[in-house]
Each structure stands twice: as structure tokens, then as C-alpha cells.
Ligand binder design. Structure first.
Ligand SMILES: *[C@@H]1O[C@H](CO)[C@@H](O)[C@H](O)[C@H]1NC(C)=O
Ligand SMILES: *[C@@H]1O[C@H](CO)[C@@H](O)[C@H](O)[C@H]1NC(C)=O
Ligand SMILES: *[C@@H]1O[C@H](CO)[C@@H](O)[C@H](O)[C@H]1NC(C)=O
Ligand SMILES: *[C@@H]1O[C@H](CO)[C@@H](O)[C@H](O)[C@H]1NC(C)=O
Length: 461
């Protein structure tokens, strides 16, 4: 009898422990060195999905970058570029109605066409031409027209890059686009400064980015090879003959936005205006970029939410947040605080939340992290001094999207950046927010414009 009572007590108390340990489940112990990127690449291609056209994605400054840049950006500089990009996107998204902040006043932009090139952090390697030569391209969901630097081009007009310049004369499939085509006429003067005015037979293009960098050249078609045997014929891109900007060795850019010039829209007859990517974790190697949506049977791991677009520009992809939780606890944020919508962008680093949501998140996160010293003058407003800690206990952060689906951010990679909460305030509640790329790490993000939805799948790379 005494024994069974003891047993009952043991059972009951372990039940109590499990049931009331619930709040602990909202936290994860993280080794602080997992916040640092490692220096050696050990990429494998196991993440590549069979049956879809996919290419590896690596961080431009990470261990698997195809070329290491000679000038490493400081954290403060990366943040400044990310802010400039976010400001650009918001100003373009709202037709110049959003004012930029003082320190970025020189990056104010309505006339430009792309975000800050230098803030783009993820690159893919593809093949261009016949025979295909490899090209390292920045991946950009916030712009549409793709381009590479083309030969001939002297050092004043093209910046140094890792690969030899793409030489159209060595490709049997290259053609310039004539002026009297719909593709060229779409590059209207206010958007890409279509250069058919030089009396030429060739269609000119020009893109200026928010950071002052630019590219100009001949709008062309070429065979694009995504993977062995997976090609896009007559892919329209800019053969760049005059570039300004940083000297960072990438060969060009691939635009994944929603307007007609983008790779995604050009390949829509085959891939249905759908693509996905997984941005790799700091400590891992390659993620992937895939065209097309997974087969319906393979979408069980995804949380979906409706996709929306801005009325004035087809480029950006939007979703609507309805809630945020920290450590498993839903924050008290009225849904109206999210009514401006969130642009989801591969190139913005830090997520910008409207004021009410940001304040609630910041307060709850700081409370959950109160064991650790806040840095008074961090690069962002919630940065910690983890000196002396080999591990820290970090609260889970989850987004709830319109439709009710909830997505947990990856605690090791998706919440903190350089020991700072990777969020900032984007402005008043009526305005837009942006979901940046730190939050997206290790998730497969599926942009399915054909089906009008965005999906998230955890632990995809
Ligand atoms: C902006 O540009 C002006 C004039 O070109 C310059 O004086 C000022 O220092 C710049 N501000 C920043 C923050 O770069
Ligand atoms: C030109 O632009 C229109 C309107 O956006 C679009 O429907 C059409 O597909 C575009 N054509 C080409 C060849 O880009
Ligand atoms: C961080 O904490 C360590 C150990 O407590 C201290 O020595 C150091 O000065 C702190 N660093 C900053 C930037 O506050
Ligand atoms: C966290 O760090 C402490 C002290 O360095 C160590 O004793 C403990 O085992 C670590 N916990 C985990 C889960 O790694």
C-alpha cells in the first residue's frame, strides 16, 4: 500500500513536472559559438530536390562563397545597407510616400529600380550561354531584371569579378533583343530607360539601385542552365557594358520579383510562377533556389498563407501577419497593427515591424532574456553582451499569418544576428513592414504566385 502510494506520488509529481514545465518549452539553449559563422565550407548537395530545377544558394560572405571579397563589410555597414534597402522598398511600394530616416537621406530613391545591391547576401551559380559558362549571381526577390557583366568591357566600366566576363561572341545561342519587340517596349523610359533612341537596332536597358550602383547595356536573350539538363531558352537578361558600384566580384544579379522581366515570370509557362528557396544557416553550407512548386503531395510540411501584391508594383511579394508569440506566449497585439501588410524579401537583413508590434516584441524578448546584459550602444536596440556565456537560453519566436498558420523561427539562426534581436521598427501601424532574411534562414520559403500563396517549411536546409 505504502509502495503504491509512493508510486502514485512519483507518477503525479512527474505529471506535474511535465505539465508545468510548459513555459520551459518556449525556450531553447543555444551554444553562443553557434551564432558565429564558421570559416570552412563543407557544402553538400543533399538539399537539392529531385524533380525541380534547383541550384545551391550560399551566403556571399560565408565559407562557401564562390569568391571571397577582399573588403569585408562591418556589421554596422551591413545594417546601414539593409536599412537603405528597406527604405527603398518602402518608398517604391508606397510611391514615394514614405519618408526615409535622416542617416539614410542620401539613399532616398523613388527614381531607382532596385534596392541596395550591396545588401544582397545570397548568391547562386548558374550557367549562361552555349557552351554554358558559370556565373555567380546575387539573388534578389526585390527586383526583376537580371543582368551579368559582358565583354568587351574595360576596367572603368566593369568592376573586377571572379569569373571571366561573359562573352556573347563565344556563345552560339546569344541574341540581342530588337527594339520593335514587346519585351523591349516594356522597358519603358521611366522604368528601365529603354535605350532604343540611339538609333540602334538593339534594345538598351539601365537599372539604378538604391545604393547608387547601376548597370547599363544591351537587353538580350540567352540559354540559362540551372542544373545539368535543366535550361531556360531565350532567357531575357541585361548584357551589362557599364557598371558602377562596389568591387565585390559577383558576376551579376538574378531578379525574382513578380514583374514581366523576372526569371520567375519568364518561366511561368513551365514553372507556374512559383519558386522557393532556403537561405542557409550561418554554420551550414548551401541552401537552394528551386523553380516551380513542390508536387501537391509534397507540401504537407508547409504552412501556407495568402499572397498579396501592391497595386502599383508587381515586383514585391506580400503576406499578412496576424500575431507574434515569444516563448510560446501570444503577444497582445491588435490585428489592426498589421494592416499595412508585410513584404517578404530575400535581400533585406533585418525584419521591420510596425510600431505597436515591434514594441510588444521588443518588451517580451527583453523580459525573456533579462538574465543577460543588454548592450547600451549596440548596433541595433536590443543587443546583448554574451561574453563569458558558453550557452544562452533564447525564447522561441513565432509568426502567425493570415489563415491561422504559425511558423516558428529557427532559434539558432533566425532570431539573433551578431547577438542582437534581428528586428527593428518600420514605422507607424498603417504602413508596410518587411520580413528580412535572418528570420527566413533554414526555412523553405515558397512563393507561389500562380496559386496566390506563400508557404514556409521548417528545417529545409
Ligand atoms: C549626404 O550628402 C551630403 C551632400 O552630398 C553630405 O554633406 C552628407 O554628409 C551626406 N550624409 C550622409 C549621412 O552620408
Ligand atoms: C509586357 O508587359 C505586359 C504588362 O505588364 C505583360 O503582360 C507582358 O507579358 C509583357 N511582355 C513581355 C514580352 O515582357
Ligand atoms: C561584456 O562583458 C564583459 C564581461 O562581463 C566585460 O568585460 C566587457 O567590458 C563587456 N563588453 C561591453 C562592450 O560592454
Ligand atoms: C551551458 O553552459 C554551462 C556552463 O558553461 C554548462 O555547464 C552546461 O552544460 C551548458 N548547457 C548546455 C545545455 O549546453
Amino acid at each position: 500500500m505504502a509502495l503504491s502510494r509512493l508510486l502514485l506520488f512519483v507518477l503525479l509529481s512527474s505529471y506535474y513536472y511535465i505539465a508545468h514545465g510548459g513555459h520551459r518549452n518556449g525556450f531553447v539553449v543555444v551554444q553562443t559559438r553557434s551564432f558565429e559563422s564558421k570559416s570552412l565550407c563543407s557544402a553538400s548537395t543533399t538539399n537539392l530536390e529531385l524533380g525541380r530545377a534547383s541550384v545551391p544558394v550560399v551566403h556571399r560572405h560565408g565559407p562557401c562563397a564562390p569568391s571571397q571579397s577582399s573588403h569585408k563589410l562591418s556589421f554596422a555597414e551591413r545594417l546601414r545597407l539593409s536599412r537603405a534597402r528597406a527604405n527603398f522598398i518602402m518608398s517604391r511600394a508606397s510611391n514615394g510616400m514614405v519618408s526615409t530616416r535622416d542617416d539614410d537621406a542620401n539613399v532616398s530613391i523613388p527614381t531607382h529600380l532596385g534596392g541596395s545591391v550591396d545588401s544582397l547576401e545570397y548568391v547562386v551559380t548558374v550557367g549562361l550561354g552555349t557552351p554554358a559558362v558559370s556565373q555567380v549571381l546575387l539573388m534578389d526577390t526585390g527586383s526583376d531584371l537580371s543582368w551579368v557583366q559582358c565583354a568587351p568591357c574595360n576596367s572603368a566600366a566593369c568592376y573586377p569579378q571572379k569569373d571571366p566576363l561573359f562573352d556573347p561572341t563565344k556563345s552560339s545561342t546569344y541574341a540581342s533583343i530588337p527594339c520593335d519587340t514587346a519585351a523591349c517596349q516594356n522597358l519603358t523610359a521611366d522604368r528601365y530607360q529603354n535605350g532604343c533612341t540611339d538609333g540602334g537596332a538593339h534594345c538598351g536597358y539601365r537599372v539604378e539601385y538604391g545604393d547608387g550602383s547601376k548597370t547599363r547595356g544591351v537587353y538580350s536573350t540567352e540559354t540559362l542552365t540551372l542544373a545539368p539538363g535543366v535550361t531556360v531558352e531565350d532567357f531575357r537578361f541585361g548584357c551589362g557594358r557599364d557598371q558602377r558600384g562596389d568591387n565585390d566580384k559577383y558576376d551579376g544579379l538574378v531578379g525574382l520579383g513578380g514583374a514581366p522581366e523576372s526569371l520567375v515570370v519568364q518561366t511561368s509557362p513551365v514553372y507556374g510562377r512559383a519558386f522557393s528557396y532556403c537561405l542557409p544557416a550561418l554554420n551550414s553550407d548551401a541552401g537552394f533556389l528551386a523553380l516551380g512548386a513542390p508536387r501537391a503531395a509534397d507540401t504537407s510540411g508547409f504552412v501556407f498563407t495568402p499572397m498579396s501584391h501592391l497595386s502599383d508594383t508587381a515586383t514585391f511579394y506580400m503576406v499578412t501577419l496576424t500575431g507574434i508569440s515569444v516563448a510560446g506566449k501570444q503577444l497582445d497585439i491588435p490585428p489592426s497593427a498589421f494592416r499595412g501588410g508585410m513584404i517578404i524579401d530575400s535581400g533585406t537583413v533585418i525584419t521591420g515591424l510596425p510600431q505597436t508590434a515591434y514594441n510588444a516584441l521588443q518588451a517580451a524578448f527583453r523580459k525573456a532574456m533579462e538574465a543577460y546584459p543588454l548592450l547600451p550602444n549596440g548596433d541595433l536596440d536590443t543587443c546583448y553582451n554574451f561574453t563569458g556565456y558558453s550557452n544562452v537560453t533564447v525564447p522561441k519566436v513565432a509568426f502567425t499569418f493570415s489563415g491561422g498558420g504559425t511558423v516558428d523561427l529557427d532559434v539558432h539562426n533566425g532570431i539573433l544576428l551578431k547577438d542582437c534581436l534581428a528586428f527593428t521598427e518600420s514605422g507607424p501601424d498603417v504602413g508596410l513592414g518587411i520580413i528580412g532574411n535572418v528570420n527566413q534562414r533554414t526555412l523553405e520559403v515558397l512563393y507561389d504566385a500562380g496559386q496566390g500563396k506563400v508557404g514556409f517549411r521548417a528545417g529545409a536546409c
